[in-house]
Design a binder for this molecule. Structure first.
Ligand code: DX5
Ligand code: ZN
Length: 308
């Protein structure tokens, strides 16, 4: 019988099986530090619905190694019944991922600064067009140029209007994850954009600005590998964390657990030593941090700290 949170496609697989697959894949990935490659069709069928497209390292680190509850209940990602992270369980197995934003790096020394974050999980790349947000940053040539500089997956956050126009090109340039704002185009066009990313064998995600309600992710939640909740108004690094967004993070964590438990939940903006814990407690499993990482005197130590 399928357990709560399981989809029809993943319902036939036991958690023990999923853990074994994910653990093995993670160890292989870490040992070789190979660039992220999508699953084969066969493997995607075996691992489940949320990983039609995905990085081999993802499922284990999403928390599938967590034990079930004492009563045998299913706890995706080591979450308690309200959807918050349960720290009473074996901590350390539920792994928080850190995605440092290179918006805070020295653009004249990008390669050097990307090497400085080699202990992180992703590299967060903020793409801004000066229209969707009042700032212009990185584009396709820069993504292409930094791709060989790191084996880490490139987590590309598109803050541009009609992102579907460029989604496939960012994949070709080396993006492993492409996230697009729900406010940036029509639902039909965004669905099409998500499909374009998947057609390239990459992970797709949707992003919500602070003023956008949690329900805005509902049309996409079953079809994406990541949901990103902005904890600042998009456009600039170094802004103050909006703690009122934690209500939304909790609400989306609940929706993810119910509808697509392997989807990652990322937060972005103002994540720092005094705010990261609230994000984890609310159910985020990927933390973007720009200034908090690059301004730290010891970057690897800061990354370790933010992992909790
Ligand atoms: C803001 C960007 C963020 C930003 C985060 O629009 O999406 O990724 O770089 O920077 P910090 O962590 O400094 O708030
Ligand atoms: Zn960002």
């Amino acid at each position: 019988m399928p357990m709560p949170g399981q989809t029809k496609e993943s319902g036939g697989r036991s958690l023990a099986f999923l853990r074994m697959v994910c653990y093995t894949e993670t160890i292989k990935q870490r040992a070789g530090r190979t660039p992220c490659r999508p699953y084969s069709k066969k493997r995607r069928r075996r691992v489940g619905a949320g990983h039609r497209v995905g990085c081999r390292v993802a499922p284990f680190r999403l928390g599938y190694s967590m034990p079930d509850g004492p009563d045998g209940s299913y706890r995706p990602g080591g979450l308690d019944r309200d959807g918050a992270v349960d720290f009473s369980m074996k901590r350390g197995l539920f792994m928080i991922k850190i995605s440092p934003s290179i918006l805070s790096a020295d653009f004249a020394n990008l390669e050097r600064d990307i090497r400085k974050i080699s202990t992180a999980d992703y590299v967060h790349v903020d793409v801004m067009d000066g229209v969707f947000v009042p700032n212009i940053t990185i584009g396709l040539p820069v993504v292409k140029a930094i791709r060989p500089a790191t084996p880490l997956p490139l987590d590309v956050h598109l803050m541009i209007v009609q992102p579907g126009r460029y989604a496939a090109q960012f994949c070709d340039a080396g993006a492993d994850i492409v996230t697009m704002h729900v406010e940036s185009d029509t639902e039909a066009n965004l669905r099409d954009a998500i499909e374009r990313v998947h057609a390239k064998g990459k992970r797709a995600g949707v992003v919500v600005k602070p003023g956008t309600p949690a329900e805005a992710v509902l049309p996409y939640i079953r079809d994406v590998e990541m949901i990103l909740v902005m904890t600042v108004e998009p456009g600039f690094g170094g802004q103050s964390f909006l703690s009122d967004q934690m209500i939304k993070v909790r609400a989306i964590r609940k929706l993810i657990n119910e509808q697509n438990p392997v989807c990652e939940l990322e937060v972005d903006g103002g994540v720092a030593p005094d705010t990261f814990r609230a994000c984890i407690d609310a159910g985020a499993n990927v933390l973007v941090a720009g200034s908090a990482v690059y301004k730290a005197p010891d970057i690897p130590a800061r990354i370790r700290l933010l992992r909790g």
